[in-house]
Design a protein around this ligand. Structure first.
Ligand code: G6P
Ligand code: MN
Length: 446
């Protein structure tokens, strides 16, 4: 089995490789091809993987390339984890929105739209190369904004592209932990769009444990989302929102904290990551220790501005562990390649799951996965307040998809203007102006 990782010089690749190293079963991944535009980043990550594989006799063989066609040809699975425009692009997405007084964030609000507009033409090109050179390959998309990107690639590759995110898994695990349930044995009722979903139930067998959480204020306030949103608001909602909904429910506070911060998250990571890759160029740098130290720092500072806005201090030790997207990716691959049935929260076409969206809208929902792919499970309808957000944001995503396809600037402006976190058409116009002036990758807009 051959796995190709697009964005193979990326910082989180060792997480994926370490998950692969733990798989010794028949039909496991035996070859990993890392594709990246940047040879230096590839070499750095290859050094980390080499150390990880020491003493593992059946470790997947790693090769690196800067040629997309070579990377994709003959692949069984393709992970797409690219960052168009790099962290400098992310920092600019964030800064430009914040300068207009609206949220500047990697995937949510104006910043996410700019990122989407830059990314969609690139991932569409990649999808076409995969369709031509590895038509039977399954594509697992981590590239953000993951919902939009999965929908765009799906227009070329159909249901062979499946989007993943670690945030619903992380949320499910935190809730399971406080309820004393085994995260691997629970059924999580979660639905929405990527970074815009709600956990409405957590079942062991037929029993829903979530009501117990709502009965106990101490438990409810004891984990990340409880602290971020406050128990009173969680009670009002009767559900646990994805942490990214903090940007909606506490928008003013989040925007203020982001504007007052010395640097945006993107700018912070730009420096941190530059330091990491630079260090990795020195021959005596210990690859794995250096990578682990950098990862720990990245996780400890994750969403720090939101926590600051909520006045809740540092992330608790037990909430630090990421959702483990690499385990989701591995389970997904195994389920498809070996028909090992699994239930995973994934980004797939809606079909008939949410009646307020059309069949082709990509949503985030629990799916049964087998050799035939991911099949979304039917869930209870969303309450109106969630329907409102999900349908407005999907409408915006559709305008971004249309703008990326047609190159229409007016359509891009429409996307920004319709976003619930952009409060004026005039602001939307200025944002498109400023983003196109900043990003060469948006020069296709006319
Ligand atoms: C979570 C989200 C990803 C997002 C990342 C940002 O893992 O699921 O979609 O890219 O956080 O984390 P960062 O450390 O880059 O701010
Ligand atoms: Mn995500």
């Amino acid at each position: 089995m051959r796995l190709t990782i697009l964005g193979g010089g990326g910082f989180r690749v060792p997480l994926v490789y370490s998950a692969l190293l733990g798989d010794h079963a028949e039909g496991r991944v035996t070859h990993v091809t890392l594709f990246d535009l940047d040879q230096g980043r590839l070499s750095a990550i290859a050094r980390v993987l080499a150390e990880q594989s020491e003493g593992v006799p059946d470790a997947p063989v790693v090769s690196v390339t800067t040629d997309l066609d070579e990377a994709v040809r003959g692949a069984d699975f393709v992970f797409s984890a690219i960052r168009v425009g790099g962290l400098a692009g992310r920092a600019a997405d964030e800064r430009i929105a914040l300068a207009e007084g609206v949220l500047g964030q990697e995937t949510v609000g104006a910043g996410g739209l700019a990122y989407g507009l830059r990314t969609l033409p690139v991932v569409t090109h990649i999808a076409r190369r995969i369709a031509a050179l590895a038509p039977d390959a399954w594509v697992i998309n981590f590239t953000n904004p993951a919902g939009m990107v999965t929908e765009a690639m799906g227009r070329v590759l159909g249901d062979r592209v499946i989007g993943i995110c670690d945030s619903p898994v992380g949320l499910g695990r935190r809730v399971a932990r406080v309820l004393g349930a085994n995260p691997r044995e629970v059924w999580i009722d979660y639905v929405g769009l990527n970074h815009l979903g709600w956990l409405r139930g957590l079942k062991v067998g037929r029993r829903d444990l979530l009501p117990r959480l709502f009965e106990d204020d101490t438990l409810l306030g004891s984990f990340e989302e409880g602290k971020l949103f406050g128990t009173e608001w969680l009670r009002s909602l009767g559900a646990i929102p994805n942490e990214y909904l903090h940007y909606y429910y506490f928008n003013r506070e989040a925007v203020r904290a982001y504007r007052e911060a010395e640097r945006t998250r993107g700018a912070y990571l730009l420096d941190q990551q530059a330091g990491f890759y630079e260090e990795m160029e020195k021959p005596d740098t210990p690859p794995l220790t250096t990578w682990r130290r950098t990862l720990a720092d990245r996780e400890a500072t994750y969403m720090a501005h939101n926590r600051e806005a909520a006045g809740v201090g540092e992330r608790a030790e037990e909430d630090l562990e990421s959702g483990g997207y690499e385990q989701v990716a591995l389970s997904l691959m195994r389920a498809i390649a070996r028909n090992e049935r699994a239930t995973l929260i994934l980004n797939v076409r809606n079909r008939q799951v949410l009646s307020v969206l059309d069949a082709d809208a990509v949503i985030e929902v629990p799916c049964f996965v087998d050799a035939a792919g991911a099949h979304p499970v039917s869930v209870d309808p969303l309450p109106y307040h969630a329907v409102g957000l999900v349908t407005s944001v999907k409408a915006v995503e559709r305008e971004v998809l249309a703008a990326a396809e047609s190159g229409s600037r007016a359509t891009a402006v429409k996307a920004f203007a319709l976003h619930p976190l952009v409060d004026s058409v005039a602001v939307a116009r200025r944002l498109v102006e400023d983003y196109t002036a900043e990003h060469a990758g948006l020069s296709y807009l006319r």
